[in-house]
Design a protein around this ligand. Structure first.
Ligand code: HEC
Length: 217
């Protein structure tokens, strides 16, 4: 809308000033800039958001797993729990603060109360949960939020079992007593246990300002 307005003002300027009036270079540059912005379509923005969200979450996931493995090797599982608790930075490390992107892992069976989905996230997580119950795969998704100023990228996190079971598996048979104890102490409201391989564990949520996406195009 703003682009059209600028164009309109531009046209009024051009046509109302008579043939001898020159349009300043600044006005020209401004119009050229808005024209460039206008040429970026919604579909291109959505596509770029998908590519960017995929790459951010893939990097964050790698970062998280390699640091988790390192922590377990260095100090064992109980030490690694403290490490998970104190190091949310593995996620934000992959971001450039100037781009204003927010990354989270959310779950309805969460360990950290900060990882409860908000309203926008809950709707998509519900759909992922439905798919999971029906045995269907969930694709990554892009949703416009905050009046279209922000795009929300989401991707289901399917529980892989293995290493993860030590801290999110069956509390009776898969979690050791000291792991259970440490988790209960740090997270009295913990619900993130009892997962089996293939269950929906939660989802990645990446909120990207539309402006930052357009800057990448
Ligand atoms: C050493 C124990 C440990 C292991 C192993 C572990 N986690 Fe976690 N996990 C935690 C802790 C502790 C938190 C809470 C972190 C925080 O405070 O943000 C957590 C949080 C999460 C969350 C965020 C949602 C929530 O429940 O708060 C997801 C998703 C998750 N883990 C998935 C996994 C997956 C997948 C694996 C295997 C790759 C894994 N975890 C391995 C301890 C562990």
């Amino acid at each position: 809308m703003k682009n059209y307005l600028t164009l309109l003002i531009f046209s009024v300027l051009v046509f109302s000033c008579g043939p001898r009036e020159r349009v300043s270079k600044e006005v020209f540059d401004e119009v050229n800039k808005t024209m460039e912005v206008k040429r970026v379509t919604d579909a291109e923005i959505t596509q770029e958001a998908m590519i960017w969200g995929d790459s951010i979450t893939t990097l964050a996931q790698k970062n998280l797993i390699s640091n988790l493995q390192k922590a377990i090797e260095e100090g064992g599982l109980v030490y690694a729990i403290q490490f998970c608790n104190e190091n949310a930075s593995e996620l934000t490390d992959v971001l450039d603060p100037s781009e204003g992107v927010i990354i989270k892992r959310v779950s309805t069976k969460n360990r950290n109360p900060l990882n409860v989905p908000d309203e926008d996230e809950a709707q998509i997580l519900d759909a992922y949960a439905y798919n999971s119950e029906q045995g269907l795969e969930s694709e990554p998704n892009i949703q416009k939020i905050e009046n279209g100023e922000v795009l929300l990228y989401t991707k289901a996190i399917i529980f892989p079992g293995g290493l993860c079971q030590n801290c999110h598996g069956d509390p009776d048979s898969e979690l050791s007593p000291d792991v259970l104890n440490e988790i209960k102490n740090r997270y009295p409201q913990d619900q993130a246990f009892g997962f089996k391989t293939g269950d929906l564990r939660g989802m990645w949520s990446v909120k990207m300002p539309k402006k930052s996406i357009v800057n990448r195009l």
